[in-house]
Write a protein that binds this ligand. Structure first.
Ligand code: HT7
Ligand code: ZN
Length: 872
């Protein structure tokens, strides 16, 4: 397989003004007839180039006609992935009849079956698995879709836009016609047919238009959509208020499907969701899942403007819509709940997973320069780092100018397919802020490091920060230029009070410093004593900041910084320091021992009733094994686990009375509500319980059992179960069985059970995972189940990182099987193996050998790209 390059972009030689599609839906073979109203693109220049349409190997051409003239075989050519028509007029209607097999479509791209329904997934290049087309986002067309199906089995037949006609064929099948007035690229096309239940609602827009809202699910799930519906209405209102964006069609529909490669899809007027990201009920859904449902409903809705009305010119610009939309959904969630909690969660995720990606063999710029398979670039870099770029623009411009920039962007480019440069240009033009150097963030891969040192001149009361930036080499980018890094900084006095200082004549308690050179000094005047710096407040840039804080400084920041994010950040730095000491002891074969200073900080927090319990819980959560792995080089998985377990146990023992008290104080039962205050209380309670149990205390063990039995919501029940499993509670196996028995008819809960069971730490971890894959609840065709079991297994240090390499071999075997069935899922499963170079030597060779074994197979483009780049 070969790569395609951004530098080779050319406008399309042909345009498709109108697309008329007819689907004669049958499970085994569906006939698709397309009528494409095409013309040569004047912007391409004079040309007699042949018409080249994209297709998939799973599309069978029945016939092709141009302006009703049926083309004989010598006038066209069909290859594995193209239909080439040699001679065309300047304007014509191309008719294609194709046959596809939805029932055999296991890749879940194009038209496929999920449970008893038909559904589609067309982003990024799925439409070509339905019919031959110019399957690229800069070809925007007005779609009319006719669906013909047996109404007794498919009473609900949906597509984009508005239903404009309904009738019957001579054979008695039902015919429904949908028309979408907004031109769109094929990736936003959608079709759904099934026997579905619906929940109806109405949203009145700010201009007083009534929009019909509909959520469709299989009948047994319709009682679980109320939360999503309310989240949708909150999102619609928020986009009007925060961005001035009103919904444009008269109807907005969402459908939940069980088999889906990702979380959800923003098809115009007809979003399709993985049911795990839409359905919610107190008994079956945890707090985290509730918040995820709200965030994803919002994300997909926000795409209606950032993605659909203004779309991407080409797939290299993916972050244009994804980075911006993630930023929008993050801000929405922050507004709905707690800004600081949301920021901490997002940054913890970024620093764990995106930083790891940026340091690995698949590292790529937010706007990649090339790819083999675009599905591999729906990455944390494009999404999360992309969102950080938009957040930095917000910081550089300020809220008001940022809004002016986004208004200009939407007005200037409505109905167009544009680039990241166009987005930045709108921000720059509306604000007058020069973003020319800033744009390097889009084209340079790798996480910059910012090294900070300081000095204080008592005689002048001047405090100086010296900052040096450096971005490491990444594949294909050996050298880097300095980027524009906004660094938000505050200063504290030794008692923790916030100081006012002057930077370049501006007096303030907080300053945004512009680090634009490789090395730069910043002077703060008007100080009487050496301050403690609070650096990178709110994580104002996606960088690795290094400053040599003393333990005293960190404890001060942890208890007194006015920036909530940096209070958390200080606690993490303190914990990482202690954990690294323990990890080293473990690697060196020493007995672990530490005089933890973290305990001091924790004690203060646990006894301060004025604090937000959610923040306390976040501070108490020790850095994850995954984050410690990201920081380590090389990674010793067993040492990381041993160190973390040791520190947690020590903190638990030192603070046993505090954890016990906090658990009881917050263990109040009442009717479940997914609101910030209750979520915060549950999260602190369950964190406290996880520590208390760690002491081996009998009352704590009993509290776990009681909570498991009596919980009136999934958050508390699943927390009790997880704690039992993770602390190897004597009754853990019994609880796991009881949980399965209780919930075996709720697939989304069973998926949680699969995940927890697969992640258990034990010598028999691999045997457990193999038996889970043979369990009736498992289905290799369902991505959620695959993710639960194999994703869970990847978290088990003793199973996955087994010294004999059997964990790696097992994962590689599954990748090889899935490579043929579902290339996108197979490719994503490769991620843990891509880290082989960072692992301790004995494990590294074993992982590498598995990658080589995969590479020897006949691979999909998806898996080939990840594996070959990992081995390069
Ligand atoms: N824009 C959507 C991306 C997506 C996707 C991409 C590749 C394969 C399957 C997919 N399903 C959804 C989701 C989003 O970011 O909103
Ligand atoms: Zn998105």
């Amino acid at each position: 397989p070969s790569a395609i390059f951004l530098k080779d972009y050319k406008v399309p030689p042909f345009l498709i003004d109108k697309t008329e599609l007819t689907f004669d839906l049958e499970e085994a073979t569906t006939i698709v007839t397309s009528r494409l109203h095409m013309r040569r693109n004047p912007a391409f220049g004079k040309s007699t180039a042949p018409l080249v349409l994209d297709g998939g190997e799973d599309v069978k051409l029945i016939g092709v006609a141009m302006d009703n003239y049926s083309l004989p075989p010598e006038e066209y050519r069909v290859s594995e992935d193209k239909l080439i028509i040699t001679a065309t007029a300047d304007k014509f209607v191309l008719t294609c009849e194709t046959l596809i097999e939805p029932q055999n479509n296991t890749r879940l791209e194009g038209l496929y079956r999920s449970s008893s329904m038909f559904c589609t997934q067309c982003e990024a290049e799925g439409f070509r698995h339905i019919t031959y087309y110019l399957d690229r986002p800069d070809v925007m067309s007005v779609f009319t879709t006719t669906i013909i199906a047996d109404e007794s089995r498919y009473p609900v037949m949906l597509s984009n836009g508005n239903e404009v006609e309904r009738g019957k064929t001579e054979e008695g099948k039902t015919v429904v016609v949908w028309h979408d007035p907004f031109p769109k690229p094929a990736y936003l096309f959608a079709l759904v047919a099934g026997d579905l239940a619906v929940k109806n609602d109405v949203f009145t827009t700010q201009s007083q238009r009534d929009v019909k809202l509909q959520i469709f699910t299989e009948t047994h799930n319709i009682d679980k959509v109320d939360y999503a519906m309310e989240a949708l209405k909150r999102s619609m209102r928020w986009d009007e208020e925060a961005y001035g964006r009103e919904y444009d069609l008269d109807i907005f529909m969402i459908v939940a499907v069980d088999d889906f490669n990702m979380g959800a899809m923003e098809n115009k007027g007809l979003n399709i969701f993985n049911s795990s990201c839409l359905l919610a009920s107190p008994e079956t859904t945890t707090d985290d899942n509730y918040l995820r449902v709200e965030a994803i409903v919002a994300h997909e809705y926000f795409h209606n403007w950032s993605g659909n009305r203004v779309t991407c010119r080409d797939w290299f610009q993916l972050s244009l819509k994804e980075g911006f939309t993630v930023f929008r959904d993050q801000t929405f969630s922050a507004d709905m709940h707690s800004e600081t909690v949301k920021r901490v969660e997002d940054v913890a995720f970024l620093k764990t997973a995106q930083f790891a990606e940026d340091a690995g063999p698949m590292a790529h710029p937010v706007r990649p320069a090339s790819f083999i398979e675009i599905s591999n670039f729906y990455t944390l870099t494009v999404y999360e780092k992309g969102a950080e770029i938009v957040r930095m623009i917000h910081t550089l411009l300020g809220a008001e100018k940022f809004r002016a920039g986004s208004d200009l962007y939407f007005e200037r480019h409505d109905g167009q397919a544009v680039t990241c440069d166009d987005f930045v240009a709108a921000m720059q033009d509306a604000s007058g802020v020069d973003l020319s150097q800033f744009k390097r963030w889009y084209s340079q891969a790798g996480t910059p490091t910012v090294l900070v040192t300081d000095s204080f001149d008592e005689s002048t009361g001047t405090y100086r920060l010296t900052m040096k930036q450096d971005t490491p080499a990444t594949p294909g980018q050996p050298t880097k230029l300095a980027v524009h890094i906004p660094v938000r900084v505050g200063l504290l006095d030794p008692q923790g009070a916030e100081l006012t200082s002057s930077v370049q004549g501006v007096d303030a308690q907080e300053h945004v410093l512009h680090l634009t050179s490789n090395e730069q000094d910043f002077e703060f005047t008007g100080l009487t004593a050496r301050p403690v710096p609070s650096l990178l407040r709110g994580f104002s840039a996606p960088v690795k900041l290094r400053y040599d804080y003393s333990t005293t400084d960190l404890l001060l920041l942890m208890s007194s910084d006015t920036d909530g994010f940096n209070r958390w950040s200080a606690s993490q730095q303190l914990a990482v320091g202690e954990l690294n000491t323990l990890i080293k002891q473990s690697i060196d074969g020493e007995t672990l021992s530490i005089d933890s200073q973290l305990a001091l900080g924790f004690k203060t927090l646990l006894n301060d009733a004025s604090l937000d319990p959610a923040m306390v819980a976040l501070v108490l959560a020790l850095p994850s094994q995954a984050y410690l792995s990201e920081l380590a080089n090389p990674i010793y998985p067993a040492a990381i686990k041993q160190a973390r377990d040791f520190l947690k146990a020590q903190l638990a023992n030192v603070l046993i009375e505090d954890f016990k008290r906090v658990y009881h104080e917050h263990n109040v039962t009442g009717e479940y509500q997914a609101v910030a205050e209750d979520i915060a209380r549950r999260s602190l309670k369950n964190t406290a319980l996880s520590y208390w149990v760690e002491t081996g205390n009998e009352l704590a063990q009993q509290a776990v059992l009681d909570q498991f039995q009596s919980a009136n919501n999934m958050t508390d029940q699943f927390a009790a179960l997880s704690i039992a499993v993770n602390t190897q509670h004597a009754k853990a196996a019994d609880l796991l069985s009881a949980f399965y028995e209780q919930w075996k008819n709720e697939p989304l809960v069973v998926n949680k059970w699969l995940m927890l069971s697969a992640s258990q730490e034990s010598d028999a971890a691999l045997t457990t995972v193999k038996s889970l894959m043979a369990h009736p609840a498992f289905d290799l065709k369902n991505p959620n189940k695959v993710r639960s079991v194999l994703g869970g297994f990847g978290q088990s240090m003793s199973g996955f990182h087994n010294a004999d390499g059997s964990g790696y071999r097992f994962l590689a075997d599954q990748i090889i099987v899935l490579n043929k069935k579902n290339p996108q899922i197979a490719s994503r499963l490769c991620t843990p193996l891509t880290r082989w170079k960072k692992l301790q030597p004995e494990l590294s060779v074993k992982m590498k050998a598995e990658l080589e074994r995969i590479l020897a197979e006949d691979l999909s483009k998806d898996v080939y790209e990840v594996v070959s780049k990992s081995l390069a």
